[in-house]
Design a protein around this ligand. Structure first.
Ligand SMILES: C[C@H](O)[C@H](O)[C@@H](O)C(=O)CO
Length: 491
């Protein structure tokens, strides 16, 4: 019984054809495509119709390979959405969360409409300026017309699933990232929507991961000449699928999902919505089997990707990492979550500005810059893991690192050094694998998540990193906290 997993990240998408044979997961990547946001005048859009075209290619390739598909499912990044008109048509290409359209809205909302304390007590979600709630408030302020025309709001995977089936449903893990969903009541929070003046009629029934939504639409079956393959809602927030794909054998473990973003935290049975979680700006995003992901967003490898884009894409990663290894250690640090790093015009310059403003040596060479970024990420991982342990009231022996970022072995080693703990790295395709595993659970091939993670471990070539130069890195961490994190010293 084969399934097809479509995983769309901020930079690229992939389709994995998979099945379970004698308890062994067999997977084959049958389609890979780039995900290129499109700027039109000032606005930054996702090219959603192109992404749907690529997904149709993947379904064709899968069926032409002779596989009999018992499920297809999509996962992608969070917070972004599409609006449908009363005719069921997409009103416009969804905005990209890095668009400057949302700037200043979060402060306005909390100064005038609802306090952070009240919003956190209802949603348990971290405050990030691009959360769906602020994107909607920005639309209401700057383009209320569009909201009037709108009949439905669907998150990116919900929207693609609607294109596949014609059925409008919202999936739980992604719904929680909107900061409009109440995990205690397990429903959209109408009081928040009322306060913001956003119609609750835009929102659809929320389904949990493992729900079969329905077959591919007749139109699509005819167009692609494929059977009515069941479409399954999995952990559609890619980080939720990544956490489902973590090959952990312990009930409680620490993970770092490392890609464009770094998401660090642990898995809990109930959301942690106390004063400390609010003060440390942690989030409680929904997980598979109704678990919750207590985590924190860290800006991640986006900073390095943007430097590389600025220096020219022909600059290969390997030589950048070699130059970084040769650069002097602990020369200067940045706080990766310094807000201007979200989408600056010139990332290398922005890193230099941070070092100038904090009176640290300014990285001049690419090696110095890349080392500064990777060391700072590793130190921030320690900073966040210590706070995760405080909130979870548990010390973690080591860290599971998953996602494309584990291909950066220097980052994995520096992370182990900074934490002073072992790092177990793999799988790189955790989101796609988590997507596959939830489909296989849904069609009865695997009993549940715990068994699925054992199967993920068997299917993964794990890499192990052990801490080196512990004393030097502890001193380096003090320098990081003093130089780069002093504005956050209180949390
Ligand atoms: C905005 C980010 O996409 C989101 O916070 C993150 O969790 C994600 O979806 C990473 O792919």
């Amino acid at each position: 019984m084969s399934v097809l997993a479509i995983d769309i990240g901020a930079g690229s998408g992939r389709a994995l054809l998979a099945e379970l044979n004698d308890g062994q997961l067999q997977m084959k990547e049958i389609h890979r495509f780039s995900n290129d946001p499109v700027r039109v005048n000032e606005r930054l859009h996702w090219d959603i119709l192109r992404l749907f075209y690529e997904i149709k290619q993947a379904i064709s390739k899968a069926t032409q390979s002779g596989a009999v598909l018992h499920g297809v499912a999509v996962d992608s990044w969070a917070v972004d959405f599409g609006l449908l008109g009363k005719d069921g048509e997409l009103l416009r290409n969804p905005y990209h969360y890095r668009d400057h359209f949302n700037e200043g809205i979060m402060e306005k909302i909390h100064d005038s409409l609802i306090s952070k304390e009240e919003l956190f007590s209802k949603t348990g979600i971290q405050f990030l300026p691009f959360n769906t709630i602020y994107q909607l408030a920005a639309l209401k302020e700057k383009n209320g017309d569009l909201l009037h025309q709108a009949d439905s709001l669907l998150m990116i995977p919900d929207l693609i699933r609607y294109f596949l089936t014609g059925v409008k449903k919202s999936e739980f893990t992604n719904a929680t990232t909107t900061q409009l969903y109440n995990p205690i009541k397990m429903e959209w929070d109408n009081e928040i929507l009322e306060t913001l003046g956003i119609s609750k009629d835009l929102f659809h029934e929320v389904v949990v991961p493992g729900t079969i939504i329905g077959p591919l639409s007749n139109n699509l079956c005819e167009e692609l000449e494929v059977p009515a393959i069941p479409v399954i809602a999995v952990g559609e927030h890619d980080t939720a699928s990544a956490v489902a794909g973590v090959p952990a054998l312990d009930e409680s473990f620490a993970y770092l999902s490392c890609g464009t973003w770094s998401l660090m935290g642990t898995e809990v049975r109930n959301p942690v919505m106390n004063k400390s979680a609010l003060a440390m700006n942690f989030t409680n995003e929904g997980g598979v089997e109704q678990r919750f992901r207590l985590l924190k967003n860290i800006m991640g490898l986006w900073i390095l990707e943007e430097c590389r884009r600025n220096w020219g894409e022909d600059v290969d990663y390997a030589s950048l990492l070699e130059e970084a290894e040769e650069a002097p250690p602990f020369r200067s640090f940045i706080d990766p979550d310094y807000p201007p790093f979200l989408n600056p015009a010139d990332m290398p310059r922005q890193v230099q500005v941070f070092c100038e403003q904090t009176k640290q040596p300014v990285p001049e060479t690419r090696g110095e810059m890349v080392r500064c970024i990777i060391e700072s990420l590793a130190m921030k991982y320690r900073y966040v893991l210590e706070r995760t342990e405080r909130l979870a009231e548990k010390e973690f022996y080591g860290l599971h690192m998953v996602g494309g970022g584990i291909k950066n072995q220097l980052l994995c080693q520096f992370t182990s050094n900074a934490l002073g703990k072992p790092v177990w790295a793999g799988p790189a395709e955790a989101s796609a694998i988590g997507n596959v595993l939830v489909q296989l659970i849904t069609i009865g091939q695997i009993e549940g998540l715990d068994e699925a993670r054992k199967i993920a471990l068997k299917a993964t070539d794990m890499e192990y990193y052990f801490p080196e130069q512990k004393d030097e890195w502890s001193l380096g961490y003090e320098q990081f906290c003093h130089k780069a994190m002093k504005s956050e010293a209180t949390t």
